[in-house]
Design a protein around this ligand. Sequence first.
Ligand code: FE2
Ligand code: FE2
Length: 315
Amino acid sequence: MKHIEKYMLEKMHDFLKPIDTIWQPADLLPDSSRDTFFNEIKELQESAQGLSYDLIAVLIGDTITEEALPTYESWLTMVDGVSKDEEGGWMKWTRYWTAEENRHGDLLNKYLYLSGRVNMRMMEVSTQYLIADGFDIGTGTDPYRNFIYTSFQELATNVSHRRVASQAKKQGDTLLSKMCGVIAADEARHAKAYKYFIEKIFEVDASEAMLAFEDMMRKKIVMPAHFLREVGLKIGQTFGHFTDAAQRLGIYTAVDYVDILKELIEDWHIESVTDLSAEAEKARDYIMKLPERLLRVAERMKNPMLEYKFTWING
Ligand SMILES: [Fe+2]
Ligand SMILES: [Fe+2]
């Protein structure tokens, strides 16, 4: 990790944008200091009326996931083997990444509040629960597993926000479409960063990197909101309904999971990594065969048809 930290410092400004000029939620939201404010809200609410129930549900789930950022930041600082130097690569990256991410929940939360479609109290209860419940994603405090998880997860959030953007556009909400589009672009940059860090690890510690990749794929990449719940429910009880809605709408599906895995295999040149230990060779075999296997499972999966009434949504 000491080896990687210098790249993190060096490359930080390639992967993260300058704070003074990057978009802010205010660039996309109605400005309450202007006379046009109430008209803009009226327009925002009219287009939000056209969004389907499932799309609103997925958007709320995505927003709560973004709002649980304190969980992810505290988890990143617990990783083994990193320098705790405030100005070192790890801590500085973590702060700057968090600062960029923080805008996502901020923007979506304000949009949902203004939309008139959401029971904000119920959504806020779920958010508070998710932060309080934390997560258990199987990485432990291992930095390699950690980076593999974030590589995967940033790609997954890119897909999810991008698809919400395109569906929102189809359903007539161009403002929401734009919002999810700019968020998706941030996630794509973050994915590039984490993939690059793993690439650097493969250069110097290929066998351990391969074993970490295999281990994470055997455990399956669970989403950070897998503990999602609503008022009165037990930990994790809402999560399945959220992913059902996402699968039904084609926002994030089992096939997307396989596509992300394929992308990682390609970008990390898993097929041509050399100098692997015998155990790591076996791990590579497992990884290389996995997309085919998962695709067969995905094809057999039925689209979840059961609609669920979330407490988050009015009416
Ligand atoms: Fe995000
Ligand atoms: Fe992200």
